[in-house]
Design a protein around this ligand. Sequence first.
Ligand code: PLP
Ligand code: ZN
Length: 420
Amino acid sequence: MPAIAFLECVRCQHQLSADTPQTLCPLCSGSLYVRYDMDQLKRTARREDITARAAASPASLGMWRYSSVLPDVTPVTLGEGWTPMLHSKRYPGLYVKEEGANPTGSFKARGLGLAVTMARHYGLQHLAVPSAGNAAGALAAYCAAAGISAHIFMPQDVPFANYLEGVLYGADVTMVDGLISDCARMVGENIKAQREANTPASQVWFDVSTLKEPFRVEGKKTLGYELVEQLGWTYPDAVFYPTGGGVGLIGMWKAFEEMEQLGWVEKGSKRPKMYALQAAGCAPIVKAYDQHQPVSEFFQNASTFAAGLRVPKPYGDAIILDILEKSGGKALASTDEVILASILDWARHEGIFLSPEGAAATAAYDQLLAAGELKPTDKVVLFNTGAGLKYTDMTAEAMHLRRPTALPTSMPVGGIITPQ
Ligand SMILES: Cc1ncc(COP(=O)(O)O)c(C=O)c1O
Ligand SMILES: [Zn+2]
């Protein structure tokens, strides 16, 4: 495992030490990336060693199979990562990366697994997060595993599973009458009030909001390493990523950059086109992409049952839009009706229960096939970012499906013999 050389601001390249916990760039509030000594890594980190290490380990290493490109710390792990890459039964070039197989049923386990790992390394005792739902569940679980207190703020209408897991794992849960943007404001206000009240440093919450600390991106970068390894160390033609805050997309792009520097992918390989998929009811990235804007505007009245995509103004919007442009990909939105139809289509034809977020990606895939912009043979990795089973309440509601309230009268009632 390599030592972190420094943290680097994505906007102004200012460098900071990782010896103490950091949030944003002190000069320009840009997000911070973890940087290693790549010359040294080129000599020590070999991709052949990954499979050997994983084979030698009695337990699954999960995303820690990439420990040679992750910070040198003792992991807090629940077995996150190394998720199945499922080959579609209908489209020869399409692979679904099943992130619902992660602990807490979503890909958020990767970023928060590493963020909590680093928090324990730094001795932090209180972590806080505004969440669209799944980040809250993941933070609660990893904090429970690490013996750290989790403080969670999420919209009151998140999937019930997210509320349940927060409470179940013993987190301090606040349900907010508002959106994730309101939750973020409340986290900030709480921390400010704690500082003003001269709360002892060990009791002040540390904010692990999307892109406001360096390690969630660093954990999510394993998505990129993993998909490339699972495709025999080659890039696909395209990656389809349901985008809320965009952490996974940003993390994967960082992974591609590192893999090229390390020579883990063949020199001159063309990086995949990156597609950011959203729901029509909350599509700030699609709007900015369509209007050729470098940043997004706050998306008013955000509403969709794809709860994880309900992020009206992603903090990393400029980075996401830059990646879409550089990769030659695009941003695309689908309505909730089309997303629901795609959930049913995939359940019935492929046996896969997509999350609404994952189905925003499959719906966009269909749209691009129909438009002739994509062929079924194009090699595409599409992320089902969460397990469909986490959304039984929302998906059933969208389907107008209710549990039958009375037994059908035609069924015989056991043990009672009724006279003719
Ligand atoms: C299932 C699911 N998919 C996608 C997203 C969006 O993730 P990101 O913030 O990395 O864009 C979320 C965020 O909550 C989510 O829970
Ligand atoms: Zn900066």
